[in-house]
Design a protein around this ligand. Sequence first.
Ligand code: SF4
Length: 397
Amino acid sequence: LTNTPAFDTTIHRRKTRPVQVGDITIGGGNPVVVQSMINEDTLDIDGSVAAIRRLHEIGCEIVRVTVPSMAHAKALAEIKQKLADTYQTVPLVADVHHNGMKIALEVAKHVDKVRINPGLYVFEKPKSDRTEYTETEFTEIGDKIRSTLEPLVISLRDQGKAMRIGVNHGSLSERMLFTYGDTPEGMVESALEFIKICASLDFYNIVLSLKASRVPVMLAAYRLMVQRMNELGMEYPLHLGVTEAGDGEYGRIKSTAGIGTLLAQGIGDTIRVSLTESPEKEIPVCYSILQALGLRKTMVEYVACPSCGRTLFNLEEVLHKVREATKHLTGLDIAVMGCIVNGPGEMADADYGYVGKQPGYISLYRGREEIKKVPEDRGVEELINLIKSDDRWVEPE
Ligand code: SF4
C-alpha cells in the first residue's frame, strides 16, 4: 500500500482587493460578509433604527436601506446618529434610485457605501424610435453617464467610502439590450462601463453584483465577470445574490444553488439571500450556506444518519434533543448515528458521537474513541457531561 497524499478539500477563494465598508472589510481574503436589507420606510427613523439593530444583532454585518428621495437621504443622518447613541455604529449601504444624483450625493455623507444600478442611468430616446444604436450614439450616452456619475465617485473617493455597482438582469439599459441582448454579456459590459469611469477618477473601492432571478443566468454573469476581470487585471470583490428568489423552502434552495455554486468555486466575497419573508429569516440561511461550505463556522455542525431499519432509537427526536441542548456551543461537530454498523469513520471526524449501541443503550464517542455505554434515557445528559469534562461546555445564555 502506498501513502496517498490527502486530497485538497479547501475552497481557494479568488484573490480580490479589500473594500472597506465602515468597520467591515469585503474581499482581500476576509471572511465572506453577510448582509441584508430592511423593509422599513427610511423616513420612519425609530422603526428603521430598530430594524437595523435587529438585523445586526443576529449577524447581519452590513445593512442596506432604500433612499428614494432627498428626505430619505437626510433621514439617514438621523438614523446613523441614533444608532450610534442607542446601540452602536453599523455599516450602512444606501440603495439609490435612478435620476437621483443629488440624493446620492447627500446620502453619501451619511452611509458607508452607496449602491447604484447602471441600468437605471437612462439617457436614451424611447424604444419605439430606434432599431439600433450607432457607435457615436453609444459613446455620447456613455459621456452623459460619465458626467452624471462623476460627482458621486469623487465624493465617495474623497471620503474613503465604497460603491456597489449592482447590475440586475431585469433592468439593463435599453442601449445595452440593443447592443448585447438580454444576456450575461450585457450585464458584464454594463458593469465594466461604470468600473472604467470610476477607475479614470482613481476610485477603486468598488464591489460588483450581477444578480438575476434565474440561477443559470446569474451563474453565467458572475463567471463571465470573473473571466473579464482576469483578462483586464481587475480584482474587485463580488456581492452574490439571486434576486426575487421567493419564499419558503424553494426560495432557500434557489438562493443556495446560485450563491453556493459560486462560493464553492471560490467566487464571492459578500452574500445576500433575498427572500420574500422578513429579512431576519435571511441571515440564518446565509450562515448555513457559509458553514456547509466550510467558509465560516458559526454554529455546531451536526452529522446525522438518515436512519434505516437498523436504527436503534427515534433518530429525529434524539437529534432534536441533542440540538436543543448544544446549539449554543460554537465550533463543535456532533454526530448522531442510529447504529455503529459502518464504524466510527461514518461520523466524519466529529468531536463527539451519540450512537445506537443496543436496544435501550447508546454509546458516547470522543472522536473515534468509544467512551461509555449509557442507557438511552440518560444519553443527552451524559453527552453534556462528556463535553463538560473536556472543558468545552459553556452555559446557554
Ligand atoms: Fe442505518 Fe446505522 Fe446507517 Fe443510521 S448509521 S442509516 S441506523 S445503518
